[in-house]
Ligand binder design. Sequence first.
Ligand SMILES: Cc1cc2nc3c(=O)[nH]c(=O)nc-3n(C[C@H](O)[C@H](O)[C@H](O)COP(=O)(O)OP(=O)(O)OC[C@H]3O[C@@H](n4cnc5c(N)ncnc54)[C@H](O)[C@@H]3O)c2cc1C
Ligand SMILES: NC(=O)c1ccc[n+]([C@@H]2O[C@H](COP(=O)([O-])OP(=O)(O)OC[C@H]3O[C@@H](n4cnc5c(N)ncnc54)[C@H](O)[C@@H]3O)[C@@H](O)[C@H]2O)c1
Length: 475
Amino acid sequence: MPDVDVAVIGAGAAGLSVAAISAGLGLKVALFERGEMGGDCLNTGCVPSKALLAAAHAAAEARRAPRFGIRLPEPDIDWDGVRAHVAGAIAAIAPNDSEERFRAMGVTVVRATARFTGPDRIEGGGQRFAFRRAVVAAGSSAVVPPVPGLAGLPYLTNETLFDLTRKPGHLVILGGGPIGLEMAQAHARLGCRVTVVEAAAIAGREDPECVAALRPALEADGVALVEGARVASAEGDPAGIALVLEDGTRIAGTHLLVAVGRTPRLAALGLEAAGIAHSPRGIATDLTLRSVSNRRVWAAGDIADPQGLGPRAFTHVCSQHAGIIARAMMFRLPAKLSYDALPRVTYTDPEIAQIGPTEAELRAAGRADLTILRWPLAENDRLVAEGRAGGLVKLVADPKGRLLGASVVGPGAGNMAGMFAVAIGRGLPLSALAGAVLPYPTAQEGGKRAASEFFAPRLLSPGVKRIVGLLKRLP
Ligand SMILES: Cc1cc2nc3c(=O)[nH]c(=O)nc-3n(C[C@H](O)[C@H](O)[C@H](O)COP(=O)(O)OP(=O)(O)OC[C@H]3O[C@@H](n4cnc5c(N)ncnc54)[C@H](O)[C@@H]3O)c2cc1C
Ligand SMILES: NC(=O)c1ccc[n+]([C@@H]2O[C@H](COP(=O)([O-])OP(=O)(O)OC[C@H]3O[C@@H](n4cnc5c(N)ncnc54)[C@H](O)[C@@H]3O)[C@@H](O)[C@H]2O)c1
């Protein structure tokens, strides 16, 4: 007889969502967490990074106030004040993820490292449970690349960056993905010197037309971008820490942030004892997120490696996973994970929002029949009125006018993501977007204008003009 219906490992975004749904449905739940409740998103990820970016964007807005005829002095950055804002944001959200809240839901919260001791057994902190089902939501941590010399140096990751009690003098960032770029702009706008060292091109997954708008904006903030860089070694430096590139270039800074991707936290879980198949990418699951080898076990969040899709590290994916698990595991209803309409946003200024696949991904998958629609946000009245016009909405549609993917770059581009996620997810035709009545003036109108471009050649065709010419003769 199992002791619990569901054992959950990890109280991050994924584990908490699964635990809350399970407890809400009246199931007996044990939740293991060895670190902070709330995991990466709350403590060392989304929340501190977005709070830091908000402070940085406020400083940038003050610097740009002269465009409104308002002259302000150069902002005086009080690092302790910035840190207090970041800590305050975490503290304000923490009660939602707290042990007290989950205990009040009836969840048994065990603040210890959990490991499987058998296919249906788990133990942590001296407590042992036989479980009916288990969900592994142990998350991911920063990849530390095998750069000679790096391991012995005091480099930073997302787990230590937000603890700095003094503003970095020169932050060198290894990796120009979303973490590297968001933190580069945040620190540059807060008055740090910043250098990003990227092996390929920055924001490599994003549409190049969007990246083309972001690159000069970062440089205008003072971020030095070193792309196509081959790092040969890392070493100590009188300033702090230095990277040496294969071409001999030496980049020395006071601090080094390593942001070159994520690796699943598989160690210490005792996966072998439970016969849970995994690879360096994560726990191998089917598209219901069920382990391919132990049918009592599911995986959710960053640690899940769904067949054919691979891992995704986003908080909203954690909620999506919890929803799939609720359907498949708890209600035994058909469920199938899909990322066809998945949105993601890089919260730089300008933001880059991608919803569904990029044009390049669709072409790589063999789609040749694509219609590309563009609308420049330089022509958006709201952004013009706010003195920050610029950017692009780019839509990718099939020949029948079905939206397949959307790429947006511009101020607040992420605010458009919801509209496109619904359109792609529900298979809405572009006419639904083109015909929508949207409030004026909003940046979203750029999305509607881009969708309308699909119909412009048809509406303005000689055939249509002929018909209108005939109709005008009617009384
Ligand atoms: C700097 C940064 C910024 C980000 N910004 C965004 C953003 O803006 N938007 C977005 O959507 N995503 C963002 N992400 C990604 C997002 O934070 C992650 O996708 C999400 O937090 C993953 O949640 P999770 O529950 O899978 O894992 P985690 O949050 O890592 O939670 C897993 C938990 O499991 C615990 N654990 C691990 N092993 C064990 C064990 N054996 N026993 C007990 N406990 C264990 C860990 O202590 C941890 O608390 C960001 C990430 C980073 C690093
Ligand atoms: N706004 C958001 O939603 C947000 C923000 C931050 C993080 N995240 C999530 O966290 C994940 C991890 O972010 P990330 O930026 O660490 O990883 P990433 O994998 O997205 O980007 C890493 C970058 O580092 C580069 N790189 C890899 N090895 C390198 C090396 N040895 N030297 C120099 N460059 C190297 C890669 O080419 C790539 O551009 C993201 O993919 C995303 O899922 C999301």
